[in-house]
Structures are given as structure tokens and as C-alpha cells.
Write a protein that binds this ligand. Structure first.
Ligand code: GTP
Length: 332
């Protein structure tokens, strides 16, 4: 079975990390997010993945030079200009000649969903499109569904005003589509699958939901990106885990590092304290610096303090400086 994976967005909410690395190529548990996602699709029966590319396509092609990720065959569909989620799905599916039932996934969703279960539910309902749904406490920032007892979606509302949500069940970013969904997407223009297409399929009575309580995180915002990493360390995931230090991480024995992942080639010097953080490949934490609840790709100088901050590849915290609740370099 084919899957289209959406990986062409700008990833603005993870800036400045995404200034140099596109979001789905950022590591989660020392592996690119996209590699973990493709591994899960493969466990659910996907054999071919079409990467719907736009912003910064090169890092994807360089990461998988032989056109495979594990046993999965990769196809690259590079949009001439951003077509938004619906336009990108149409462009990628036509590029790969998809004319049968297929899976779609957002490139920044980390979940334990069994894709084979989603496909089976889709077929059982004779659906045109089936959405993976997750229950959350505050659904207002997501696409929210009103689900009938037979599993059909009566209504799909993208980001409803707080208090007007029809339920707490949200679109969790993995779908199964019949090829006929492609006919509902106008050609060569920006189309949102969430705002422009799901309501149409729901009105036709052909949109279904598949609700599970699997582990699920949208890793596209800083706190959840950090959580997606730390959850692999603490054993919260059903089928996946990660070690704290990647092979090639350089951590001085005199450093105190807890609940933190340290990527390949990152260097943590003596006397430092690093807590609840993700230290990305190439980062440097100099002597006696303290880092807490942060994402670091750049350099933290000696005796500096960094709390709840994001330091991109070009970010340098000077020795003795204090940085809290900030990004470096600053966002415009
Ligand atoms: P933000 O800028 O932080 O909102 O991130 P984003 O650009 O990734 O957008 P969002 O998280 O809403 O997008 C969901 C998924 O769709 C992500 O996996 C994106 O990579 C992808 N995506 C969004 N817009 C486009 C697009 O125009 N083309 C392609 N190919 N993918 C897109």
C-alpha cells in the first residue's frame, strides 16, 4: 500500500531549529522524525511512501540516498510552490500514480497508532476517507469532529472557537483515503485538506472516524517536540525507545545530565548541569553551564544559564549570560 507523507511545511513554530533542518528531519530519539514515522507505517503494511516535499527538499534526498527507508520504497514529489495540505496530497499522489486506497500522514505526528487497524476500519465502513481521532482536554486548537454512533463524521470543524467544539475528538493527522478524494481537490492551487475537503466528504456521508487512545503527540511545537524525545527515554512508547546518549555524543564524566537526550557529536563539558532537555547533534555546552527544559543546537558558553529556551544552530549564549523563555537567534 502507498502512503503520502506531508513534509513540505515551513515548520515556523519550531524556529529557529527549522532555520537549518526541516521539521520532519529533526531527530526524535536520535532518529529523524520521518524515519520513525515511516517505520510505523511499514509495520502497518505500507510498502511505498511518497514524500510531499516543498520547503528544503534536499535534506530528505540526502538522508535516503538509495531511495529507501528500511524496506520502504521512497518517491519524492517536490511542489513548485506550497500547495497547502490538500494541494500537496493531490500533487504527490498523482506524481506517484496512486489510483487505489492509500494512507496519508502529517510528517510531524508521533504516535503508536496501528495503521493496519485504521485501514481495516476504513474498509469495514466502506468509507471514502477515514481519520484517526484522539480525545484531548482542549480540542479548540485542532480539527474537531462530531462522531455518530456508526462511526461516521457528522461534522468536521477546523479550530473551532473555545466552548463551541462539537466533541473532544480531534483529527490526529493520519488518514486513509480512496483515490476518489483526489477528485475533490482542485488542481494546481492551494487547498487545505482540513478546511476545504473534509467538510465536503462529511456532507456526503462518506467521512468516518477511528478513535483510539494510543500515545499521540504533534511534535511541531517546542514543548511537544521536547516531550516526543523525552517520552522515548522514559519508556512511554509501545514499540519504540531511545538511549539518553547517541553513539558519538561526548559527555564529560564530571557533567550532571538527567532526563536529557544528547545527540551524536554534541559535547557536554565538565561541571555542567543539564536537565529535561534535548541537546541536538553538534551542540556544545561549555564548562559549568546550566541548561534546563531547553532545546539546544548551538553553543552555551561557560557558566551560562539557559532555562526553557530554544537555541538554533547559529545561536550562541555568551559565557556567564542568563537566557530564559527565549529563542536564539531571535525570531523576527
Ligand atoms: P508551522 O509553520 O509551524 O505551522 O508548521 P508546518 O508548516 O509544518 O505546518 P503544519 O504543522 O500545519 O502542517 C502539517 C503537515 O503538513 C506538516 O507535516 C507539514 O510539513 C505539511 N505541510 C504543510 N503545508 C504544506 C505544503 O504546502 N506542502 C507540503 N508538501 N506539505 C505541507
Amino acid at each position: 500500500m502507498h502512503a503520502v507523507v506531508l513534509v513540505g511545511g515551513f515548520g515556523t513554530r519550531l524556529r529557529p531549529l527549522t532555520n537549518t533542518i526541516p521539521k520532519p528531519m529533526l531527530p526524535v530519539g536520535h532518529e529523524p522524525m520521518i524515519a520513525r514515522l515511516i517505520g510505523r507505517l511499514a509495520r502497518g503494511g505500507v510498502t511505498d511512501v511518497v514524500l510531499a516535499l516543498g520547503f528544503k527538499p534536499e535534506p530528505f534526498m540526502e538522508a535516503f540516498p538509495d531511495g529507501r527507508c528500511g524496506d520502504v520504497v521512497l518517491h519524492y514529489a517536490v511542489e513548485p510552490e506550497p500547495l497547502d495540505t490538500g494541494g500537496a496530497i493531490r500533487f504527490a499522489a498523482l506524481h506517484a500514480g496512486i489510483d487505489d486506497t492509500f494512507v496519508v500522514a502529517n510528517g510531524d505526528v508521533m504516535t503508536d497508532l496501528d495503521v493496519a487497524g485504521l485501514v481495516a476500519a476504513h474498509r469495514r465502513h466502506g468509507a471514502e476517507a477515514t481519520l484517526h481521532l484522539i480525545g484531548v482536554d482542549d480540542p479548540s486548537a485542532f480539527g474537531v469532529v462530531d462522531l455518530a454512533d456508526d462511526g461516521s463524521v457528522r461534522q468536521f470543524v477546523e479550530k473551532p472557537a473555545r466552548g463551541t467544539e462539537p466533541s473532544n475528538l480531534i483529527n490526529a493527522g493520519t488518514y486513509v483515503f480512496e483515490a476518489s478524494v483526489l477528485d475533490r481537490i482542485p488542481a494546481e492551487q492551494r487547498v487545505s485538506i482540513e478546511r476545504d475537503v473534509f467538510p465536503l466528504v462529511a456532507d456526503a456521508g462518506r467521512l468516518f472516524g477511528y478513535s483510539t487512545d494510543d500515545y499521540w503527540i504533534d511534535a511541531g511545537v517546542p514543548d511537544f517536540y521536547r516531550a516526543a524525545n523525552l517520552d522515548l527515554l522514559s519508556g512511554k512508547r509501545a514499540h519504540e525507545s531511545a538511549e539518553a546518549f547517541a553513539p558519538g555524543a561526548i559527555v564529560d564524566p564530571q557533567a550532571t545530565v538527567s532526563n536529557t537526550l544528547v545527540g551524536a557529536g554534541a559535547r557536554i563539558a565538565a561541571g555542567t548541569t543539564v536537565v529535561d532537555s534535548v541537546i541536538l547533534p553538534g551542540a556544545v555546552i561549555e564548562e559549568r553551564a546550566q541548561v534546563e527544559s531547553s532545546l539546544v543546537m548551538g553553543r552555551v558558553g561557560a557558566d551560562a544559564t539557559v532555562i526553557e529556551s530554544i537555541i538554533g544552530a547559529d545561536g550562541v549564549v555568551a559565557a556567564d549570560d542568563h537566557l530564559a523563555y527565549s529563542t536564539l537567534p531571535d525570531l523576527d
